[in-house]
Design a protein around this ligand. Structure first.
Ligand code: MN
Length: 480
């Protein structure tokens, strides 16, 4: 279970009694958070920082504990912030500065100097805020009485984003082949990806999968076929083509387990001995949280795995998608998003069909794939691009909609959405911002989640939504 450490701040000038009360109040606070958010993360209290040495010991414990995904700090009393410097310099995990009090209301008729000395977050948290800013440490500030619903919701969001950041540092992408010839946006600085986000991007030949697929046993293939039969409707009698995808998924499963991968890419230009482009196999794997990028797009493979982790435990669907084609009927513009095959099964609005159809590109055998219409509701479309000297996240609010008419001849899964604030500003902003044609769409995450991830990882964020105006396009996007 992931854990957040709670570290209060004080000092030894106030005496034993005061420090005992600080520890007791913090224990109560941690108990409250465990009760409210124990399903997402556990909270554990560390010794109150009274000296620089205690701060260093606390932060060492944070860094040495693999289950710990982040830290919450709060200054119950005044805590001279110089004693936080050396400890904070050791901290390389997400940090939340909680600006709160043990008491909700001021006891006007009772308040004396002792009360004010004990409960002075307004004083101590500002001193501490200064040193965080001075040290330029990425962090999140949450202000309000700690039992407020809004405060609890924001701490829960921090826990989910912190888990995603921890997952990010454990991501290993196996790229089968390189990225697609001539395509710009799937390329970039792999080394910087590992330095900044912890993504290990490692090359293997697709022959690794081909050989594992060749050697899949009847029992292994039968197991996958049974899983497909249970989850999907078999809308084809070409069983051999479906079994081929089952072989691929058995192969990917084995490879992923053996090499501790959390995401992978392939490239339809480099399939060597494979009979089909992996379709159904990849769609089924993505729905299990495995990141995937087509055409060698290692960034979207890793980023989709990070966002799927962030969405864990929430309602809604999250996964890879590609922008494809528009309905440009004025005032009713819609986008149809899909891919050659690889649309995550988690986007299905109803039970997907397994179909076998020609691919029309790549010169391989007709691949089996899942075909379905997509989920609806408010969502985001989000991508991460390499700008040469920094990474940029672009996050657009969208509304996923039901397809207005059936598309019986379209042989791939799809989703449809409406851009915000409207088609023109939404898509012009995306183009100005340098948004990729590969992205992650989610009906579980919001812009606030992505903004927190961007803040905690020090990544530039361009957000597009109902608050994006014509003036924004003029002032900002045209500078890029
Ligand atoms: Mn693509």
């Amino acid at each position: 279970m992931s854990k957040l450490y709670f570290i209060p701040g004080s000092q030894d000038l106030y005496g034993e009694e005061c420090l005992k009360q600080v520890a007791a109040d913090c224990a109560e606070m941690v108990g409250f958070f465990n009760e409210k958010m124990g399903d997402t993360v556990t909270f554990e209290l560390l010794p109150t920082v009274e000296t620089s040495e205690i701060c260093v010991q606390d932060m060492r414990r944070v860094m040495d504990d693999d289950d710990c995904v982040g830290v919450i700090t709060w200054m119950h009393t005044f805590s001279p912030a110089k004693m936080w410097i050396k400890g904070l310099q050791l901290l390389r995990k997400p940090l939340l500065h909680l600006h709160t009090q043990a008491n909700e209301k001021l006891p006007y008729s009772e308040i004396d100097m002792d009360f004010m000395n004990l409960n002075q977050a307004a004083h101590g948290d500002r001193e501490y805020g200064y040193i965080l800013a001075r040290l330029n440490i990425a962090h999140e500030v949450v202000a309000g009485y700690y039992q407020n619903e809004d405060v609890v919701a924001r701490i829960r969001r921090f826990a989910q984003v912190a888990k995603a950041v921890a997952h990010s540092h454990n991501i290993r992408v196996s790229t089968f082949g390189n990225n697609m010839r001539d395509v710009a946006v799937t390329d970039g600085n792999r080394l910087e990806c590992e330095i900044k986000y912890g993504w290990e991007i490692k090359y293997w030949g697709i022959g690794e999968i081909d050989t594992l697929a060749e050697n899949a046993t009847e029992a292994e293939i039968g197991g996958k076929m049974a899983e497909y039969a249970e989850k999907y409707t078999m809308a084809t009698d070409r069983t051999d083509a479906v079994r081929e995808q089952a072989r691929y998924e058995v192969a990917f499963d084995k490879f992923i387990a053996a090499n501790k991968c959390t995401a992978f890419t392939d490239n339809f230009q480099d399939l060597y001995g494979m009979k089909q482009l992996p379709g159904l196999a990849v769609q089924n794997l993505m729905a299990k949280g495995i990141g995937f990028g087509p055409e060698g797009d290692y960034k979207i493979a890793a980023f989709s795995a990070v966002l799927m982790k962030m969405a864990e435990g929430r309602k809604g669907a999250t996964g890879f998608i590609e922008d494809y084609t528009y309905d440009l009927t004025e005032g009713h513009e819609l986008e149809l998003a899909s891919h050659m095959l690889e649309v995550p099964a988690s986007f299905a609005a109803s039970k997907p069909e397994i179909q076998v159809n020609p691919l029309g590109i790549g010169g391989k055998a007709d691949p089996a794939r899942l075909v379905f219409d997509g989920v609806t509701g408010d969502g985001i479309q989000c991508t991460l691009v390499d700008m040469g000297d920094h990474f940029r996240i672009i996050c657009a609010d969208i509304e996923l909609v039901k397809q207005p008419e059936p598309m019986p001849k379209l042989p791939v899964a799809r989703i449809m959405y409406r851009h915000k604030p409207n088609f023109r500003i939404g898509t012009e902003a995306w183009c100005y911002a340098g948004g990729a044609h590969h992205s992650v769409v989610s009906t579980a995450l919001t812009r606030a989640d992505i903004a927190m991830f961007a803040r905690l990882t020090g990544t530039e964020l361009i957000a597009i939504g109902d608050d994006t105006t014509e003036a924004d396009l003029q002032k900002f996007f045209m500078k890029n």
